[in-house]
Design a protein. Structure first.
Length: 282
């Protein structure tokens, strides 16, 4: 996930609003970010941004056909340029343009395909309530799964190439701002979002558990972890109470592999001293 990440942002003028000063092509941009996470943070800001005077959404009909192709029909052309150009005198736009490394304005004599991202993101969009497999981006065949039944480690999550389980990731409704509640369209998941993770039962092996039984992904404690496991790293598994995660930490800053010798598999544990790995939704 780290590294340069390009997004094409296409402007569709409302009601054929194309002036001599601001033609449609002059509001199209190819934007360079440090990572997908930075791009998603900007998208969320644009999605919730409202005009200070009218309280109307600045970017109505903001949509994306893929994580790297955004479309909108903003009326305020000067605001578009202030967000993406970072020109002198654009004080007050720091919350927006701090995520942008560089933005190239597509002028009429040029064409967007020339700027197409060289590394296309695959897989579904990361949206509130979506269902995903969770994999290692450097070893895409390694995915999260719920350990099948019969073992004392039955509630554990493991990472394996033999099978995979799908998870539903949703924003914690109790943590939503009013702007998020009133937003148009599905919310894109960002670094700082508080989320819950639940097993999509039809994707798990039948021997895992009954639907509704210990459905949250959380940290196991001494009461439900394997009693013979003396390792001090908190383990990920299924719990029967609501458990929340910070989305960015879950994928990038916290979860790593923990070897279980008796089963010859790798479980998942919370690691805060640098032992964690990186994960992505797919």
């Amino acid at each position: 996930m780290p590294g340069l990440y390009k997004v094409i942002i296409k402007w569709h003028p409302p009601s054929n609003q194309v002036s001599e000063q601001h033609g449609q092509s002059s509001c199209d941009y190819v934007v360079l970010f440090s990572s997908r996470y930075s791009a998603e943070c900007l998208y969320r800001l644009l999605q919730l941004s409202k005009d200070d005077k009218t309280s109307e959404l600045r970017f109505p009909n903001l949509t994306r056909s893929s994580p790297q192709l955004w479309c909108h029909s903003a009326k305020d052309v000067s605001f578009i340029h202030s967000v993406f150009d970072r020109r002198p005198g654009t004080a007050g736009y720091e919350p927006y343009n701090k995520y942008v490394i560089e933005a190239t304005q597509v002028i009429p004599s040029q064409h967007i395909p020339f700027y197409a991202p060289c590394h296309l993101t695959t897989g579904p969009d990361w949206v509130d309530g979506g269902t995903y497999f969770i994999r290692n981006p450097r070893q895409p065949n390694i995915c999260w799964a719920v350990l099948p039944g019969g073992s004392m480690y039955r509630n554990r999550l493991i990472c394996t190439s033999d099978n995979k389980t799908k998870f539903r990731i949703a924003l914690d409704r109790e943590k939503l701002s009013q702007a998020m509640v009133e937003s148009q369209g599905p919310l894109i998941l960002t670094n700082t979002d508080i989320v819950t993770v639940n097993v999509v039962w039809e994707s798990a092996q039948e021997s895992v558990a009954l639907p509704g039984d210990k459905s949250y992904v959380g940290l196991l404690d001494a009461a439900n972890d394997a009693p013979t496991d003396s390792h001090s790293i908190p383990k990920l598994g299924l719990v029967d109470r609501k458990f929340t995660w910070i989305f960015g930490d879950l994928l990038r800053n916290m979860v790593g592999e923990v070897y279980i010798p008796s089963l010859d598999v790798c479980g998942l544990g919370k690691m805060t001293q640098g032992g964690h790995d990186e994960w992505e939704l797919c």
